[in-house]
Ligand binder design. Structure first.
Ligand SMILES: Nc1ncnc2c1ncn2[C@@H]1O[C@H](COP(=O)(O)OP(=O)(O)OP(=O)(O)O)[C@@H](O)[C@H]1O
Length: 286
């Protein structure tokens, strides 16, 4: 199963004096089970791109295939795509509207026409997957912290059992503890269920730590699509498009510049620590 974009273009307000060519010939294939970080400077086209992936926006030109089917085929049932590709918008907690969390999470599967028993089983499963404590299930959203509310909102999408989960900046506005909790749970969810995750993020540290593949957008174009290590090796080019590599990459390059034979491929603190310790132990045993 794969989600394939083939030369997708999108223009906002086409034909008016305010035309904005937001996506330019974007092509990529995302397989089930992948964990991808989507990064790019503000206005680079990330949100526009992810809205194509679950059919909210229709490409001005180009094709999108899901599970071998052309989603722009006139007979294609868009519900098939939307049930399998779940999209969590920025600040999703603003869309919690029921009197308690459990009712809110039941909304999606109930809309899918499942029996009441299955609706509730799905809701329990989704709330467990996001790691929300049971004593919060019947609380009003107003009684939860920002991070808890966001996890509840993500559970609402997971309850529809998508194969792909797209999250638009799930850590925006959270403190470091809330951020780590959300990302830790998303990674665990991915590892436990095999769901594909596409994470839009502005934090290079977060993508370096959690994802297996990075897609970089710049001015509507997909300019890199590779393993994090390979993408961050282009840190000078990333700077030119308003991005950066994780701090660790800079430190390791500075150390190498100062004559220490450290691993400049290190992109997480853990990898940098290992590399520096290896060097230090090597020096001690010489
Ligand atoms: N509804 C709209 N009408 C007109 N232009 C739009 C609209 N939405 C986005 N754009 C423009 O399209 C381009 C891509 O915007 P998009 O929101 O996809 O970028 P982004 O990378 O998600 O940005 P951010 O990181 O700020 O969320 C930008 O130039 C933006 O101004």
């Amino acid at each position: 199963m794969a989600l394939i974009l083939d030369k997708v273009n999108y223009t906002y307000e086409a034909g008016s004096g305010f035309e904005k060519h937001a996506l330019k010939d974007v092509s990529c294939a995302i397989d089930k089970g992948e964990f991808i970080g989507l990064i790019g400077h503000t206005g680079s086209g990330k949100s526009t791109l992810i809205q194509h992936m679950n059919g909210i926006i229709k490409a001005t030109s180009g094709n999108i295939f899901f599970d071998g089917e052309d989603i722009y085929d006139k007979d294609y049932d868009m519900r098939k795509l939307r049930n399998k590709v779940g999209l969590v918008f920025q600040y999703p907690e603003h869309q919690l509207f029921e009197t308690d969390i459990f009712k809110d999470v039941c909304f999606g599967p109930r809309n899918q026409g499942l029996s009441e028993k299955d609706v509730q089983l799905r809701a329990f499963e989704a709330l467990r997957l996001v790691g929300l404590e049971e004593n919060l299930y019947y609380q009003s959203p107003f009684d939860l912290s920002g991070g808890q509310k966001r996890r509840a909102a993500i559970a609402g999408v997971l309850a529809m059992r998508p194969d792909y989960l797209i999250l638009d900046e799930p850590t925006a506005g959270l403190d470091p503890k809330g951020r780590d909790e959300i990302l830790g749970h998303i990674r665990k969810l991915h590892d436990e269920t095999g769901i594909a995750v596409i994470l839009v993020s502005h934090s290079m540290e977060d993508v370096a730590r959690y994802v297996d593949r990075i897609m970089v957008m710049n001015q509507g174009q997909l300019i890199y699509d590779d393993k994090p290590r390979n993408v961050f090796a282009h840190y000078k080019e990333l700077e030119r498009v308003g991005l950066a590599a994780p701090d660790v990459t800079y430190i390791m390059n500075e150390l190498r510049g100062a004559g220490l034979d450290v691993d400049t491929d290190a992109i997480t603190i853990e990898e940098a620590k290992e590399s520096i310790l290896r060097l230090y132990k090597g020096i001690k045993t010489c």
